[in-house]
Design a protein around this ligand. Sequence first.
Ligand code: ATP
Ligand code: MG
Length: 424
Amino acid sequence: MRIQTIRGFRDILSEEAGKWRYVEDTAREVLDWFGFKEVRLPILEKTSLFARSIGENTDIVEKEMYTFTDKSGDSLTLRPEATASMVRMFIQHSLYGQPKAAKLFTIGPMFRRERPQKGRYRQFWQVDAEMFGFTHPLADAEIINVVDTILKKLVVPDYEIHLNSLGCQNCRKAFKKALQLYLEDKYNELCPDCQRRYKSNPLRVFDCKIATCKEALKDAPLITDYLCSECQTHFDTLQSYLSHLGIAFTLNPYLVRGLDYYTKTTFEVIIPGIGAQNAVAGGGRYDNLIKELGGKSTPAIGFAIGMERLIPCVPDSIPQKRPIFLALLGAEAVKLGLIWAKALREGGIWTEIDYRLGSLKSQLNRANRLQAAFTLIIGEDEIKNGKAILRNMDTKEQINIPVAPEQGLNIVLKILGREKVGRD
Ligand code: ATP
Ligand code: MG
């Protein structure tokens, strides 16, 4: 039997990868504007890192992790998300208070053993950004501003930013009690998972996608009614900043997110109409996590954008690059062509040669299939006359240019520059 990809894993072929590169480049560019520095992290971590940060009673840790025992006996896990690894790195390298480590991001694959479906894969990519060391809601506004700026730059239509506050440990204690009391009455209407969650982690019930559970929560107490004055002020100030920036948001008191470490602000970016998996990004504040993982108490906030969900929403308006093609006939022409190719490529031009060196007809055929904008034709006659032929593949118009790169290169670069061949 032929070997194929594992279920939930997929190849990204070159047509699609071009768009991935564009989206990643755009995200990197915007993150640069905001002063975020890129880091690269391991894909494999100790299992305890995720169990302790994401939370034992979350879907991710309970059922979605790729965990195995290494030959040394250590339990290792393919990272299901990046925040835990970011925090581990921050603590391990003692990055406290370093301005260059206050805003970090990474782009890479994450792994969750979920049921594969549209917008849900077992390996998926995230752009993940985190800010360390800031308690002020200005940081929350900036982090949401980054996501909004990336989506605007990519011209993503019709996205909604859903916003909530989960309060601090104090507000949450009272809320948890009230919620448990409410859920006690609804116990029989809950799915088996939520019946379990009701005891261990009642907030998780809000994250359940099952309709009967959603119905049962209709009159549930809302966290936003339980915020202490500090959390309320934080939330109000954040909202005032977002309004001031003209960033539209929808308050959603049901938004608890699937990870346990959040405090105060949580948010999610939804694109209605892309199907059941319509969350393209999520994030929030996690002021206790660094301390809980053994570091010095440091407030933090971050977000993750899901690439597989975002990319189909980015309009296909990326300018298509087109090559210049060198049609070379005869041994001398090949040698001269190599010099031309070297000079053009050094000038930033995508240059193609048909390595099979067939007839002129077959080389021009190849040029057309590669959608070359121009073909530079060099044969024995051209070398003898000192004039190569530059053919515009769209208009079929041909002009002569000096066959020697020293004289001809600048002329060609000028024509290509005007036509934007092989350049952004
Ligand atoms: P959801 O429940 O909608 O899958 P989540 O709350 O589990 O999302 P997060 O852990 O917040 O997701 O991850 C941030 C983003 O990563 C999501 O908004 C989504 O775009 C993307 N994402 C999460 N899981 C997957 C997956 N299995 N396949 C593809 N993208 C995913
Ligand atoms: Mg999920």
